[in-house]
Design a protein around this ligand. Sequence first.
Ligand code: HMG
Ligand code: MG
Length: 298
Amino acid sequence: DDDNVVTIAEMSPRDGLQNEKQPVDAETKITLVDRLSRCGLRYIEAGSFVSPKWVPQMADSEKVFAGIHRFSGTTYAALTPNLKGWEHAYQASADEVAVFASASESFSQRNLNCDVFTSLKRFASVVQAAKAANKKVRAYISCALDCPFEGPIAPETVGRLTAALLAMGCYQVSLGDTIGTGTPGRVRTLLRALQSVSKSHQLALHMHDTYGQAIANIYVGLEEGIRTLDASVGGLGGCPYAKGATGNVATEDVVYLLEREGLKHGIDLDMLIQTGDWISKQLGKPYNARAGKALQSR
Ligand code: HMG
Ligand code: MG
């Protein structure tokens, strides 16, 4: 039954690499996406169409989309902040796009160079264009628990923004713990506050693991009925506009959790570990997935 099935939205090609200081060539990104597809991941955020001046690492997303092998049944998504981004994503044949709002004004200014209200107007035009082209739009809310500049964010604020994004036509809102400071009790409080504006399938969790709380937060999410989880192989990543932020929760750790808890995920964990290890080596970084390292040393 459906309640037993969890979808992982794989973030590594986008959230995982966007903040990487050293250049990563398009070939490596393409190989990463292809390997992730072979692991069984069915939603892969393959790049973003944002200003290359703001995020140079994503400037070759068009090449990445042109080079990947598309598995049928797999969604290759792109981040788009505005209509210009949507147009590039459409030309690149992204299957879906995602807009990204912030629950705090300060973070919105840093990340999008505009206030939240203005960002919503831009997203509405992205949704309109995407709908006309028969493409779905996902949404993120950054700083859904805490903002690096403003501190704790009230669940009601996230509730209003979630309602606005769903009313606009986004099919799902992914709640971003951008700086990874969230803890399970607060995640539960937030999810319960959102029950009045959304169904659980309209929500996802996007947990950065900076404080080691991501798996605990995700477990609470599962208890509260959330069935879409964002994750990044090898725990790669961080946001350029959130100082000190580390990557999303490692996909390996999430798959291990799901496996042990008897939830269906459709992912080959061994292949995933090889992929996480491989991309970490490509970046000259230690392999950081806890479950991945543990299973490798068995
Ligand atoms: P702006 O400077 O205010 O934009 O930036 P503008 O509309 O004034 O345009 C300035 C220039 O950018 C123009 O070029 C535009 O054509 C160009 P110029 O005339 O100077 O040569 N431009 C674009 N180029 C390519 N693609 C575009 C685009 N739009 C304008 N789409 C803007 C506003 C939104 C563009 C900028 O702030 C931006 O690109 N921000 C993106 C920041 C970003 O990517 N952040 C990381 C992703 S979000 C994240 O990681 C959080 C998340 O993971 C959830 C979580 O963890 O919380 C999702
Ligand atoms: Mg993120």
